[in-house]
Design a protein around this ligand. Structure first.
Ligand code: AMP
Length: 586
C-alpha cells in the first residue's frame, strides 16, 4: 500500500514551528551558532549540561516556573520549580563531593521514575562525575554487568531493589564505594547510606567546577550481538544536540508542557526525559506509573501536555484498544506527537490523525548518537513509514561496505544499504568504555556506521529496513542475544542456546530462545517454564525470553558459531539464504 504524505498547513499551528524552512536552515547551519545560544559556565568555566538545564533558568527568571511535574503512581503529584531543582541538585552534588566523588567517577542509579533519580542525574552532572542510569526492570545479572563494567563508585537505589537485586552482588563489586538508599531515614548499620539524611545535611548552594565540553557526562549501556553490553560515553558537549533537537524536532516553545514516556534507564529517557526539555526552560512531566491507557489519556488532558514523545509499542497498544483519545478527552493543548525507538507503522501515523487529532512524527537515533539524528519535523510533510530527514548539521547517507576499511556512498534513491552518519556532531559517543577496538570498528571510510539498514528516497527521506545484526528490539528496548544465551547456559539442563527476536504485533519483537538440552534432560512444559523462570530471575522481565523452543541441535557455521540468522529465517518460514558457511554443509 502507498501511504499518502501528510502535509500540514503551518498556518494551522497554534504556535509557529521553530523550523519552517528546512533547506534554508540546513544550508545556513553552524554548531557555533547553537553554542552561542547556551550560557556556558560563569567566568568562562566551560560547558556543563546541568548548568544549562537548571541553574541558568533558576537564575534567569524561571525560579518559580515548574521544571518537573512528578506524578506519583498512587495518584498524588509534586511540582519542582527550577529554583527548587537548583537547590536539590546542588545538595546532591555536595553529597557526592562529601563522599570524595568527582570528575570522571561513575554514579549509577537503579530506581523507577522517582524525583530522586532526576535530582541525582543533574546533581551528578554538576559535580562533573558521570551519570549512568540502569533500567529498573533489569535482574541482578544485567545490573552486575553494568556496575562492574562501568566501574561504578556510587549506586543510588531503593531499599527494595537493593535487597532483591544488588545485595547478592556486593562481594563481586570491589570498586563500589557507597550505596545511597533513597527511602530510608537513617544510615543502616551495614555500611549503606541514607540519601535523605545526607541531603538534609548538605548545603543547597554549589559552584559547578570548570567543565570542559569534552569531559564525560553520561554513560549509557547498550547491547551488541557479541559479548556483554557496551558502555557508550557521552561528553557535556552533547548538550548542543539536546538543545537543538528540543528546538527543531520537539518544537519546544516557552510555556510548553512536555511528556516523554521513556524510562531514564534508557537513553531516550535521559536525553529527552530529563535534559532537553529543561534546556528550554519548560515543564517536564514525569509519570512514575507504567502504561495504562486511561491514566495516560488523563495525563495528556489534565496536565495540558502540548508536546508528547512516546514509542510505537505504546501507540500500538492504544490502537488495539480501539480508543480514540481525541473524542473522549480534551486534548486541545496537544500540538505535536513524536515517536522513537522502533519502526512506526504507517497505520500508526494515520491512526494518530483520526484518534489523536494529529499525525505521529517518527524520528530515529540510537544510544551512540546521543540525540535525534533523523526526524519528521513538525512543519514538514510527513511520509508515513519514513523516519524523516536529517537534522540540520547532520550529514547522513546510505552506504555499502566495499572493503574492510572502505565504504561506498549509494547515491541512487531507494536502494538499501547501511545507514551512516558523518562523524563530528556534538552528541556523538566518545568511546565504548574499556573497548577502544570496538569503538574504532564503528568508523569506516570517514563514516560512522549505525548497524541499521535503510533506504533514502529521492527527496532525502530515510526509510528504516531493519538491523544489520542480530540485536533484538522488544517494546523499544534493546536486548543483546549473547547476554541472554550466556544466562540460559547457566541452567543445569541447557547445553546450548540461540536467541533471536521473533516479530510480535504489539512489542515489535519478543525474545525467543532455541535450546538444546544436556544428556539426561527431556524437553517438556515443566522444564520450559523452569528455564523461563530461571532466566527471569537472573535477567529480569525486560530481557528474559518469553518463548523457549527445544531443539535437538542448533545451526552453526564452520567456526562453531550459532547462526541466529538461520534460526530466525526458520522461525519465520523464510528462505534460509546462503548456507555455504553452515557447519554440516558440504
Ligand atoms: P537504542 O540504542 O536502544 O536507542 O536503539 C537504537 C536502535 O533502535 C536503532 O539503531 C534502530 O535499530 C532502532 N530505532 C530507533 N528509532 C527507530 C525508528 N524511528 N525506526 C526504526 N528503528 C528505530
Amino acid at each position: 500500500m502507498i501511504w499518502k504524505p501528510i502535509q500540514k498547513d503551518p498556518e494551522s499551528y497554534s504556535k509557529r514551528p521553530n523550523l519552517l524552512d528546512y533547506a534554508k536552515t540546513a544550508a545556513a547551519f553552524s554548531w557555533e551558532t547553537v553554542r552561542s545560544e547556551l550560557d556556558g559556565l560563569p567566568g568562562g568555566g566551560g560547558l556543563n549540561i546541568a548548568h544549562e538545564a537548571v541553574d541558568r533558568h533558576a537564575d534567569g527568571g524561571l525560579w518559580d516556573h515548574v521544571a518537573l511535574q512528578w506524578l506519583c503512581s498512587d495518584g498524588t503529584s509534586r511540582a519542582f520549580t527550577y529554583g527548587e531543582l537548583k537547590k536539590q541538585t546542588s545538595r546532591f552534588a555536595n553529597v557526592l563531593d562529601g563522599l570524595g566523588i568527582g570528575k570522571g567517577d561513575t554514579v549509577c542509579a537503579l530506581a523507577g521514575r522517582i524525583p530522586e533519580l532526576y535530582i541525582a542525574a543533574l546533581g551528578t552532572l554538576k559535580n562533573t562525575s558521570v551519570f549512568c542510569p540502569l533500567f529498573s526492570a533489569f535482574g541482578p545479572e544485567p545490573i552486575y554487568q553494568r556496575l562492574s563494567k562501568g566501574d561504578a563508585k556510587i549506586l543510588l537505589t531503593t531499599h527494595g531493589y537493593y535487597r532483591r537485586k544488588v545485595e547478592q552482588l556486593m562481594d563481586r563489586l570491589p570498586l563500589l564505594k557507597h550505596v545511597l538508599l533513597v527511602d530510608v531515614a537513617d544510615h543502616p548499620d551495614n555500611g549503606l547510606l541514607s540519601l535523605p539524611k545526607l541531603m538534609a545535611a548538605a548545603s543547597d548552594t554549589y559552584v559547578i567546577p570548570p567543565t570542559d565540553p569534552e569531559d564525560i557526562a553520561l554513560l549509557h549501556f547498550t547491547s551488541g550481538t557479541t559479548g556483554m553490553p557496551k558502555g557508550a560515553l557521552h561528553a557535556h558537549n552533547a548538550v548542543l544536540t539536546h538543545y537543538l533537537t528540543g528546538r527543531y524536532v520537539m518544537d519546544f516553545h516557552p510555556d510548553d508542557v512536555f511528556w516523554c514516556t521513556a524510562d531514564p534507564g534508557w537513553v531516550t529517557g535521559t536525553s529527552y526525559g530529563i535534559i532537553s526539555p529543561l534546556l528550554h526552560g519548560i515543564t517536564n512531566v514525569v509519570d512514575e506509573a507504567d502504561f495504562d491507557a486511561g491514566r495516560w489519556c488523563d495525563i495528556l488532558a489534565k496536565r495540558k501536555v502540548s508536546v508528547w514523545y512516546t514509542a510505537p509499542t505504546a501507540i500500538r497498544r492504544l490502537m488495539r484498544m480501539g480508543i480514540e483519545p481525541a473524542r473522549a478527552y480534551d486534548l486541545h493543548h496537544l500540538r505535536v506527537i513524536h515517536s522513537v525507538g522502533e519502526p512506526l507503522n504507517p497505520e500508526a501515523v494515520v491512526w494518530g490523525v483520526k484518534a489523536m487529532g494529529m499525525p505521529i512524527h517518527d524520528n530515529w537515533w540510537q544510544t551512540e548518537t546521543g540525540g535525534i539524528m533523523i526526524a519528521n519535523f513538525p512543519a514538514m510533510e510527513i511520509r508515513p513509514g519514513s523516519m524523516g530527514r536529517p537534522l540540520p548539521g547532520i550529514e547522513s547517507a546510505i552506504v555499502r561496505r566495499v572493503a574492510k576499511d572502505a565504504v561506498k556512498v549509494i547515491e541512487a534513491p531507494d536502494v538499501q544499504g547501511e545507514l551512516a552518519l558523518r562523524p563530528g556532531w556534538p552528541s556523538m559517543f566518545r568511546g565504548y568504555l574499556h573497548d577502544e577496538a570496538r569503538y574504532r570498528k564503528c568508523f569506516v571510510g570517514g563514516w560512522y556506521l549505525t548497524g541499521d539498514l535503510a533506504k533514502r528516497d529521492a527527496d532525502g527521506y530515510f526509510w528504516f529496513v531493519g538491523r544489520a545484526d542480530d540485536i533484538i528490539k522488544t517494546a523499544g528496548h534493546m536486548v543483546g542475544p549473547f547476554e541472554v544465551e550466556s544466562t540460559l547456559m547457566e541452567h543445569p539442563a541447557v547445553a546450548e542456546a540461540g536467541v533471536v527476536g521473533k516479530p510480535d504485533p504489539l512489542m515489535g519483537e519478543v525474545v525467543k530462545a532455541f535450546v538444546t538440552l544436556k544428556p539426561g534432560f527431556a524437553p517438556g512444559d515443566a522444564l520450559r517454564l523452569e528455564i523461563i523462570g530461571f532466566a527471569r530471575k537472573k535477567l529480569g522481565s525486560a530481557v528474559a525470553p518469553k518463548e523457549i523452543e527445544f531443539t535437538p541441535d542448533l545451526p552453526k557455521n564452520k567456526a562453531g558459531k550459532i547462526m541466529r540468522r538461520l534460526l530466525k529465517a526458520r522461525e519465520l518460514g523464510l528462505p534460509e539464504g546462503d548456507l555455504s558457511t553452515l557447519e554440516d554443509s558440504r
